[in-house]
Design a protein around this ligand. Structure first.
Ligand code: JHZ
Length: 385
């Protein structure tokens, strides 16, 4: 498979690099990981994904800042976000008077964030950086790691870095896709080289214990296809556990996620999804329908490449991200164009490659719908609206 976020120019298509993509499951600790690690310098130094494009995600971040500013963080406390992207998560904290600092290896995104007033260091998270920040800014009351923990190869060193910077009474808050949802909703397309780990609470609980930290609370959210948010504290802190973590571990066990069978069954569901989707698209195409897609998401590129859906079926992909427009997708080479062009292209069907934002996208493309446009939702089961 090619790299999911490696969008290219037409003239770069001839020497595209591909890598094996295999998900492995550990029968001892129930941790799932990819079999290979692509150099993070290649994946993350220049990053095309912008968190702020989605209003749903912006709102999600505002809710977190409201929650933490009602009794946990005070004005002037430091909130540090790892993989802070364009500053989307930190912005509402800054507006409430918290001190904020972002860390993100993507030089292009750090520049955007800095220009918009969110101080951001263009660095990978590591222990030495934690020490530097501690010296310059003091301890952080909150360290957030949203949609990044699954991207990390050495999770031990990542947690060690957080321990250095996190104040004694602070929270380290991880939010990441939950393997529970991936299996339940056949979200196989969220498997790509950036996502090295597929997370369950049980192995994370073990990891935190090894580092003398405790998952005090765990919440589940619908965003991005379903994720877990962990509130982690130092073991020495007054215990604020509320039982939610054990409850979710029990749910994972009941769903059979600590056994191999569900993973083997997933293989069969994915093959069926591919067969149903491809035959529907071919049927529409032979009936003379014009099909485009919406959202040049990373997961969309797993879906398109695995199903072999190319430019012969999908004319173009609409996307509001300036960094993505004018490029072609990896592997199957479909052109990405500005979402504003949607009405001009007169498509009959839109394949939603960002099915996790179906409500927001349908709302934003109301005109298309009112003119009779239809949507194809590929995951978990083919649905046409
Ligand atoms: P979206 C990203 O995955 C990358 P992706 C990353 N690896 C990760 O872990 C997950 O997020 C959580 C566009 N769009 O969010 C924007 C519009 O154009 O599903 C994106 O290109 N207009 C860090 O890439 C794409 O769709 C809109 O109104 O799979 C959505 O990508 C909306 C809502 C989206 O994540």
């Amino acid at each position: 498979m090619p790299l999911a976020n490696r969008l290219i120019k037409e003239n770069e298509a001839f020497n595209e690099k591909k890598y094996p993509l295999e998900m492995m499951f550990c029968e001892d600790c129930s941790f799932s990981q990819l079999s290979i690690v692509v150099n993070p310098e290649i994946l993350f130094r220049n990053y095309v994904y912008r968190s702020s494009i989605s209003n749903t995600f912006k709102h999600h971040c505002e809710m977190l800042s409201d929650e933490l500013n009602s009794g946990i963080v005070d004005r002037g406390d430091l909130v540090l976000d790892i993989a802070s992207n364009d500053g989307c998560l930190l912005r509402p904290f800054k507006e409430k008077g918290n001190k904020v600092l972002g860390v993100d290896p993507a030089v292009n995104l750090a520049e955007i964030a800095n220009k918009s007033g969110i101080e951001t260091l263009p660095r990978f998270w590591e222990k030495d950086l934690a020490k530097e920040i501690l010296e310059k800014y003091g301890p952080a009351k909150i360290v957030t790691a949203f949609n990044v923990f699954a991207h990390v190869d050495d999770v031990h060193s990542f947690v060690d870095g957080v321990k250095i910077l996190l104040s004694k009474d602070g929270y380290f808050i991880i939010e990441a896709p939950h393997l529970y949802n991936l299996i339940e909703k056949i979200e196989f397309d969220t498997v790509y080289h950036e996502h090295l780990s597929y997370l369950l609470v049980k192995p994370l609980n073990k990891l935190m214990k090894e580092h003398h930290m405790r998952i005090a609370k765990t919440k589940r959210f619908e965003i991005h296809g379903g994720c877990i948010r962990l509130y982690i504290e130092h073991e020495g802190k007054e215990n604020s556990s509320d039982g939610s973590t054990q409850k979710i571990i029990n749910e994972e066990k009941e769903a059979g996620l600590y056994e191999t069978d569900v993973y083997m069954n997933l293989n069969e569901s994915v093959k069926k999804l591919k067969k149903d989707l491809v035959s529907k698209l071919l049927e529409l195409k032979s009936a003379g329908k014009k099909i485009s897609a919406f959202g040049a998401s990373a997961k969309g590129n797993t879906l398109l490449n695995y199903c072999g859906i190319g430019n012969n079926i999908i004319d173009c992909i609409f996307d509001d991200t300036p960094e993505k427009q004018g490029k072609i997708t990896p592997g199957v080479h479909i052109p990405i164009i500005n979402g504003r062009e949607l009405m001009k292209k007169r498509s009959d069907y839109l394949l939603l490659l960002a099915w996790n934002f179906v409500d927001e996208i349908m709302e934003k493309t109301r005109n298309y719908r009112e003119f009779g446009g239809k949507y194809i939702i590929p995951v978990p089961n083919l649905k046409i609206i």
